[in-house]
Design a protein around this ligand. Structure first.
Ligand code: DGT
Ligand code: CA
Ligand code: CA
Ligand code: ZN
Length: 590
C-alpha cells in the first residue's frame, strides 16, 4: 500500500491549510489563500472518507472545492504528494511554518522574523525572545517578546487532539443514524452519546456511545464495520473503539437494560461529578459503579445487596437528588443544589422568540434581508435584528451612515408588508459596530442613535494588553448607544485564544449601566463561555443568545448557545431574547 493510502481527512486538510499558510507567508493573493483555507475546512468537516469521494469521482460536488483544488486532492490521494505544495514549500524554510502554530504569530510576523532576523524555528524564536533580540524589529518591543514566550509555553501545553464540539456533534449524530440503519429494527433498544458530548463541553476528547441491546455481538460487528471506521483500536464483546477519518476516536459499549440508568450516568461524567455522586452514595451506605448501587455498610441491608435503575432519574431520586441536566455535571455545586431541590429551571431552545445579532449580504452575510427574515420566521421568531458590520472593518461592504439609511428603507418596506399581511414579526434595525483600538466606535453617535439595537464587538487588535483592552471594552460598554456587547473575548475555539480582557470588570460595568452581554452561539465562538455566563448571571447581568447568522441556515446552530447558557446555569428569565418584542426592547439601555 503506498503511503498516501493512510492519509486521513485531517491529514489531507492539514496539507491544504499548509498551502494557505505558505501562500500567506509568501504574500500571495488574498482570494487564493481564502480558497485553500475554505477547502481545508470543508475536508476536515467531512463525515465521509475523502478517498471514497475521490473514488466516486464527486470531489467537485464538495462545497469550496473547484477544479484546481479537486485536482490537487486527487493528486495527493493518488501519488502521496502535491507538486504545487512542494514548489511552495521549497521557497520557505520548514521552521517558518512551524512558527505559525505559536498563538498570535501570524504569517506576516513569521515572514518578517524569517527575513529580518533569520528565525526559522520555534527554538530559535524562543531564544531570540529570551535574549531580547526581537525588539530590534520595527513595531516590536519587550511586551511582544513576553507575549511570544507565553505563546510558546501555551503551545506546548495545549491539549492535543481535542475536537471542537461543532465538528464532533454532527459526527455523533450521523454515527448513531448509520448504526441504527445497519442493524435490524429493534436490535438497538436505546442509544445515546454520553461523555463530554452529552455535557456539551466546548471541545471533545473522544465520543462515548452507550447502547442497550440483547444482541451485543451484532452491534459490535456493525460498529466496527462502519464505513467511517478507518481503524479498529479495540474489539471486545461488549466494548469496542474505532477511529474516524478525522482521527476522532469513538468508544461504544453495550449494556443490559437494567444497567442503563447507572451506566448512562457513569459515562456521561464528568469525572468530578461522578466522584461527588459516589461520595454521596457512600455516606448513605451504597457503593456506586457503572452498573448499579450495592449496599456497603448500609444500616439495614446486607453488604452486596443491589439496586438497578432503568433511568438516570431513578438513580438520582434514589439518592435523594433531583435529576441533574448533563450540562451542569461539572462538579460545580450541582449535587448540593439537586439535594436541596434548588436546581435552576434551565433555559431551552423553545424559550427563544427572536435574535438580535445577525448579518445579511449588505455586509458579509450570504443571504438577503428577506431571506434572513423568512429564515427567522420559519423558526417561529417574532423578531430579528439585522446588525451588519460597520464600515472600515475590512469586512466586505461594511455599512456607513448612508448605506444604513438605504437599508432602513428596505427594512421599513418589509415591516409594512408583514403588518399589512397581519404577520406578527418585526425586523429591527441595528448594527454590529466595531470597537476601535481606542474604545471609540466605528460609527458616529448620531448614526447609532437612530438604530433599534447596537451590538458592539471587537474583531481587530485583540492582542492588546489586559489593561488596554479592558479599558477599551469598558468605554464601549459605557457608551450610551451600545445595547449589547458581542462575543466579548473574541476567541475562536481551537484556533485563537480570547483577548486578555478583565471579564469581571467588564461584567460589573455591564450591570451598572445596563449593557446586555452576548452568548454568541456559533460553535467556533461560544463566547461568553458557560463559566463566564454563570458569573454574568450571578452578578445580575442581562444576557442575549444569538446565532450571529451569516446565512439563511445560520440560526440552526442556536442549540450550541443554549447549551452554553445551560452550562452557565441560566434560566429563561436571565436572557432577554426570550421576551416578547416590547418587553425585550424595554430591557435595553435606551
Ligand atoms: P473527553 O472525552 O476528554 O472530552 O471527556 P469525557 O468526559 O467524555 O471523558 P472520557 O471519555 O474519558 O470518559 C467518559 C466518562 O466516563 C467520564 O466523563 C466519566 C467516566 N469516567 C471515565 N474514566 C473515569 C474514572 O477513572 N473515574 C470516574 N469516576 N469516572 C470515569
Ligand atoms: Ca469522551
Ligand atoms: Ca471515552
Ligand atoms: Zn456578527
Amino acid at each position: 500500500m503506498p503511503p498516501s493510502e493512510r492519509l486521513n481527512n485531517q491529514q489531507v486538510a492539514d496539507i491544504f491549510h499548509r498551502i494557505g499558510d505558505l501562500l500567506q507567508i509568501l504574500g500571495d493573493n488574498r482570494f487564493k489563500i481564502i480558497a485553500y483555507q475554505n477547502a481545508a475546512r470543508t475536508i476536515e468537516n467531512l463525515s465521509q472518507d475523502i478517498r471514497a469521494i475521490h473514488e466516486a469521482g464527486t470531489l467537485r460536488d464538495l462545497p469550496d472545492v473547484g477544479q484546481a483544488i479537486a485536482e490537487k486532492i486527487a493528486e495527493l490521494l493518488d501519488s502521496g504528494n502535491i507538486a504545487y505544495y512542494d514548489e511552495l514549500a521549497e521557497q520557505v524554510p520548514h521552521g517558518v511554518v512551524d512558527i505559525l502554530a505559536v498563538p498570535d504569530v501570524g504569517p506576516k510576523t513569521a515572514a518578517r522574523l524569517w527575513k529580518e532576523l533569520d528565525i526559522v524555528g520555534i527554538d530559535q524564536l524562543k531564544a531570540a525572545a529570551e535574549e531580547g533580540r526581537i525588539r530590534a524589529l520595527k513595531g516590536f518591543g519587550a511586551k511582544s517578546e513576553e507575549k511570544i514566550l507565553r505563546g510558546i509555553e501555551l503551545l506546548s501545553k495545549r491539549q492535543e487532539g481535542r475536537m471542537p464540539i461543532g465538528q464532533a456533534r454532527p459526527l455523533a449524530v450521523e454515527l448513531i443514524a448509520d448504526l441504527q440503519e445497519r442493524l435490524p429494527a429493534g436490535a438497538i433498544e436505546r442509544i445515546e452519546a454520553a461523555g463530554s458530548l452529552r455535557r456539551w463541553r466546548e471541545t471533545i476528547g473522544d465520543l462515548d456511545l452507550l447502547v442497550v441491546s440483547e444482541q451485543p455481538a451484532a452491534v459490535m460487528d456493525a460498529f466496527r464495520t462502519l464505513p467511517q471506521a478507518v481503524d479498529v483500536i479495540n474489539a471486545g464483546d461488549t466494548k469496542s473503539t474505532i477511529a474516524l477519518p478525522s482521527g476522532l476516536q469513538v468508544d461504544l459499549r453495550v449494556v443490559e437494560r437494567k444497567h442503563w440508568g447507572a451506566a448512562l450516568c457513569y459515562f456521561t461524567g464528568s469525572q468530578r461529578h461522578n466522584i461527588d455522586l459516589r461520595e454521596l452514595a457512600q455516606k448513605q451506605g451504597w457503593s456506586l459503579n457503572e452498573y448499579r448501587l450495592a449496599a456497603q455498610g448500609h444500616p439495614d441491608l446486607p453488604d452486596g445487596e443491589e439496586r438497578f435503575f432503568d433511568s438516570e432519574e431513578e438513580l438520582y431520586n434514589f439518592l435523594g437528588l433531583d435529576w441533574v441536566p448533563p450540562e451542569m455535571r461539572e462538579g460545580q455545586g450541582e449535587i448540593a443544589a439537586a439535594r436541596e431541590h434548588k436546581l435552576p429551571d434551565l433555559i431551552t431552545v423553545d424559550h427563544i422568540v427572536g435574535e438580535i445579532h445577525g448579518h445579511t449580504d449588505w455586509s458579509d452575510g450570504q443571504a438577503t434581508l428577506v431571506e434572513m427574515a423568512e429564515a427567522a420566521r420559519r423558526r417561529g421568531y417574532r423578531y430579528w435584528c439585522v446588525t451588519d458590520h460597520s464600515a472600515g472593518l475590512g469586512v466586505t461592504g461594511g455599512l456607513d451612515g448612508e448605506r444604513l439609511h438605504a437599508q432602513a428603507k428596505e427594512i421599513a418596506a418589509l415591516n409594512e408588508k408583514y403588518a399589512a399581511d397581519g404577520v406578527d414579526f418585526r425586523l429591527l434595525r441595528g448594527t454590529e459596530v466595531e470597537i476601535l483600538a481606542d474604545g471609540s466606535l466605528g460609527l458616529p453617535d448620531d448614526v447609532l442613535a437612530e438604530l433599534d439595537i447596537v451590538v458592539a464587538s471587537i474583531h481587530s487588535a485583540l492582542r492588546q494588553d489586559r489593561d488596554t483592552i479592558t479599558e477599551r471594552c469598558l468605554k464601549a460598554v459605557r457608551n450610551p448607544h451600545v445595547d449589547v456587547l458581542g462575543h466579548p473575548t473574541g476567541r475562536l475555539i481551537g484556533r485563537r485564544e480570547g483577548s486578555e480582557i478583565d471579564m469581571d470588570a467588564v461584567l460589573h460595568a455591564c450591570v451598572e449601566v445596563g449593557t446586555v452581554v452576548e452568548i454568541n452561539a456559533h460553535p467556533s465562538r461560544l463566547d461568553l463561555s458557560g463559566v463566564h455566563a454563570r458569573r454574568a448571571m450571578e452578578l445580575g447581568c442581562k444576557l442575549a443568545i444569538n446565532s450571529d447568522a451569516h446565512a439563511a441556515d445560520g440560526m440552526e446552530i442556536l442549540p450550541y448557545g443554549i447549551a452554553t447558557a445551560r452550562r452557565g446555569w441560566l434560566r429563561s428569565q436571565d436572557v432577554i431574547n426570550t421576551r416578547p418584542l416590547n418587553e425585550m426592547l424595554a430591557l435595553l439601555k435606551k
